[in-house]
Design a protein around this ligand. Sequence first.
Ligand code: PLP
Length: 384
Amino acid sequence: MKEIPFNRPFLAGTELGFVREAAESGQLASGGPFTRRCEEWLREATGTERALLASSATAGLEAAMILAGLGPGDEAIMPSFAYPTIASAVVRQGAVPVFVDIDPETLNLDPDRVREAVGPRTRAIAAVHYGGVGCDLDALLEIAAGGGMLVIEDAAHGLLASDRDRPLGAIGDLGVFSFHETKNVTCGEGGALLVNNPALLERAETIWEKGTDRAAFLRGEVDRYSWVDVGSSFGAGELAAAFLWGQLGAAAELTARRREIWDRYHDAFAATEAAGHAQRPHVPAGQVHNGHLYYLVLPTPTARDAFIAELGERGIVTSFHYVPLHSAPAGRRFGRATGSMTHTDDLSRRLVRLPLWPDLDEEQIDRVIEAASAAAAGAARAHG
Ligand SMILES: *Cc1c(COP(=O)(O)O)cnc(C)c1O
């Protein structure tokens, strides 16, 4: 039986033509026509003030932590159930990542835990929209406004998802997308920083221009450009931007396809949930997700591991997610946990993600549903 991989990047078919066009244009560095087109597309899709195409979401997070003004002794609050570079970006500023627990319903940051973690040195709240399902940003924005903090959205999963008609990534002060090969839209390695707060715009451009005022120079506002601030090479090159431009053209269609597969899984596993074999994801009212991932939560860690092994034997690749940051070696060294981590510790050991990519065919989807339903029932009986 042919293996069903966990993920396969989607090809729109237009990417290589655009890459050739970029290559033949002779303009290969960042900031060329394909970069501008992608940035404009992102701006229109989200309503952000300014989108900056990045070499990765990690680069975007690093720029965001500079913009948040984090320095030695400062703190940024974030979920422990997250990808490591959200914390690493804080540590690079000499600041301390403060980890808090998640809401067990959505696996997103719990605003009550954030409130408890706020201290005199808190400068930022960094939130993840897990699986493209928006977190409770309104509560986080309220906490941040009360303490002069910035809200940074790690919307690496969140392209074209929304919270009551507000596109994810464009709601907080800053937002970050990822175009890594595992994300909905990709150029291999890539990302974007959305600058939603106009007060941060000028410094964001400077940081992007490697710490120079080149952007002002290109607009004719200064007659030469020089080093004026910290900065780095955060931008993506034109070849990556050209590839991404092809993908963005198909983004709506492939998001719809992902949601279709997500719905097939969700309907099929209603019986699994009703039988107590596994829990399905919960999408709060008002949230429109983008089918980024589908997961099940098995009754015990042993049942989850047995489930993964069983599906592996049936040729279906599944995957756990995030080792909690507070218990990871670097998290213990550089960060600090506040409050109980019950849900993070528990759910990270019981969660499993199923294959979900646009080219999955009906037969493969049926195979996953049948195998996962049977494996969940077996694992819950043996290890529940
Ligand atoms: C993938 C991912 C990142 C990192 O994205 P890169 O583009 O690979 O740097 C950050 N946060 C989350 C939630 C992710 O899923």
